[in-house]
Design a protein around this ligand. Structure first.
Ligand code: HEM
Ligand SMILES: *[C@@H]1O[C@H](CO)[C@@H](O)[C@H](O)[C@H]1NC(C)=O
Length: 216
């Protein structure tokens, strides 16, 4: 599959036809002002969820950094989650769903292929601007502190590379959480999961902190 080609880096990416570059396309969000690197994850034939990531342009691989995540989902999506370490187990899982005209998000942590627990190592701030529902989609824009770095079961610390590609994963369920207004709601298992390589090097924002404040 073409996904593996992305791992060779931007030098090769730049020489590929635009159909390949589109997998890690840059998205300028006029509503919030963030520059995002985005990926459209197919959850059914002809249907996709869009995951957009913005990071501070000053971020390095040697220190923890915040990220802004924007998810745009068709209304039929009951919940969706982003696995920052590219697997279900032992990494922050940012899970979000629609709640009326707004959205709710939470970070969970799985120690196996069972219902993940609430993860206290990360904090979410849902941004007012960029979080809404219309006739076809719900969208959430959030800042996460603690999603881009985490400590695995062996004690190994992982910091996602802000200047390159990272393997991410998502999960999709058509069924809404049982108590959508609560970020600690339980939810059922997904119907679809998949992985991709997400380019963080095009997700840098020089005015990251100011944009978070402006959109809060
Ligand atoms: C009620 C909650 C959940 C249950 C019961 C559950 C259960 C499972 C099970 C049984 C599998 C293995 C499927 C197989 O091998 O065919 C799996 C895989 C997977 N799940 Fe979950 N899951 C839950 C929530 C989540 C969440 C919130 C995410 C967030 C992104 C997630 C991401 C994944 C991914 C990426 C896989 C693929 C295999 C892997 O990376 O380990 N899951 N899950
Ligand atoms: C509805 O919201 C989605 C996600 O924010 C957006 O992509 C789409 O353009 C919106 N549709 C209309 C008609 O505004």
């Amino acid at each position: 599959m073409r996904w593996s080609i992305i791992n060779f880096g931007t030098a090769i990416l730049a020489s590929l036809p635009t159909v390949f570059a589109a997998d890690s396309a840059v998205w300028q969000d006029s509503e919030t002002g963030f520059t995002f690197s985005q990926y459209a994850a197919a959850y059914a034939i002809g249907k996709s969820l869009t995951f957009r990531i913005a990071v501070p342009s000053t971020a390095t691989s040697s220190a923890a950094y915040d990220a802004v995540l924007q998810i745009s989902a068709p209304l039929e999506v009951g919940w969706t989650g982003l696995a920052w370490g590219g697997t279900m187990v032992t990494n922050p899982l940012t899970v979000a769903w629609a709640n009326g005209n707004s959205a709710v998000a939470t970070v969970r942590w799985a120690t196996g292929h069972v219902t993940p627990n609430i993860y206290s190592g990360a904090q979410i701030q849902v941004l007012r601007t960029g979080t809404h529902t219309n006739g076809t989609h719900w969208q959430v824009t959030l800042k996460c502190t603690g999603c881009t770095s985490f400590t695995g079961s062996s004690g190994k610390v992982t910091i996602l590379n802000p200047n390159g590609a990272n393997r991410l994963a998502f999960a999709y369920s058509r069924t809404k959480p049982s108590n959508p207004s609560s970020s600690s709601s339980s939810f059922g298992v997904h119907e679809v999961t998949n992985y991709w390589s997400h380019d963080f090097s095009s997700a840098g924002n020089a005015n990251f902190a100011a944009l978070v404040t402006k959109n809060s």
